[in-house]
Design a protein around this ligand. Structure first.
Ligand code: R5P
Length: 259
């Protein structure tokens, strides 16, 4: 692997554990000012210390994040739809020059396998993988799951494997209770992180993170289950304990409860 690519990946993954707690706050690119992200600075300021990387769009980065921030940025470079329309209808919104300008450590877009605009989303991923190869910038592929899709290991394996075959360096997917290790296996040596999905009860979210790690995931790229929690700092610390220290669910839950 090329030096720049290696160096950027090493900023995202903790050198000791090889794992990562990514904080996702890119939801506004199709959800607008969703709960917890009306003022991104207010949300991220107390959380960034505990995150290994920040997933965000260029507009939000420039608006709400101080340039002195020292966490690696995973830049969302796709968009083109909103919650009012068909979600799979994405394009690449951000030039590779702007990715470099904001000093991103990785770039990301969503792939909608089985979605109405599946091919366009695959083209998007292929395009940014090619650009990433040119400039040494790794690509995190997000397997976005349409409303009608079943989030089972068969579907997620299909979606994740396509991202791997297209050259993604990290795959982000949803967790599924049965046979998640098969999803991990389908990705070969490409590291897999899980999204949190819609806000659920904190203990359940911690269990999901724990089970994903046990099955072979190397971390989380979590948003709503952190910033929509009634104790976001406690929650990110708890997730961190699971990801980096292999904490039990009970111990992590105690960390979450501490104010
Ligand atoms: C979703 O479109 C974004 O890529 C989010 O970053 C991703 O879904 C992770 O956030 P959450 O944990 O809230 O699902």
């Amino acid at each position: 692997m090329e030096w720049g690519m290696k160096n950027r990946l090493s900023r995202i993954f903790n050198a000791k554990t090889g794992r990562s707690v990514m904080l996702a706050v890119d939801h506004g690119y199709f959800q607008g000012p969703t709960t917890g992200l009306r003022n991104i600075k207010k949300t991220t300021d107390p959380l960034l210390t505990y995150a290994d990387a920040l997933m965000i769009t260029r507009g939000a980065l420039r608006n709400w994040i101080p340039a002195e921030m020292d966490k690696p940025v995973i830049l969302r470079v796709s968009g083109g739809q909103s919650i009012l329309k068909e979600l799979s209808n994405e394009i690449i919104t951000t030039s590779i020059e702007d990715v470099i300008r904001v000093n991103a450590s990785a770039i990301t877009c969503s792939v909608y396998i089985g979605g109405e605009h599946e091919k366009q989303s695959i083209k998007n991923l292929s395009k940014i993988v090619n650009q990433g190869q040119d400039y040494g910038i790794p690509v995190l592929a997000v397997t976005a799951v349409g409303k009608e899709m079943t989030r089972d290991s068969k579907y997620l394996s299909l979606a994740c494997r396509i991202c791997v075959e297209l050259g993604a360096h990290i795959v982000k997917t949803y967790y599924c209770e049965r046979a998640f290790e098969e999803v991990i296996e389908a990705c070969g040596n490409v590291p897999v992180v899980i999204a949190g999905g819609k806000k659920i009860e904190e203990r359940a979210a911690l269990k999901m993170a724990k089970d994903a790690i046990k099955a072979g995931a190397v971390g989380v790229d979590m948003g709503r289950n952190v910033f929509q929690s009634n104790n976001p700092v406690g929650m990110i610390k708890a997730v961190r304990a699971i990801v980096h220290d292999d904490a039990s669910i009970n111990d992590a839950f105690k960390i979450y409860k501490k104010k």
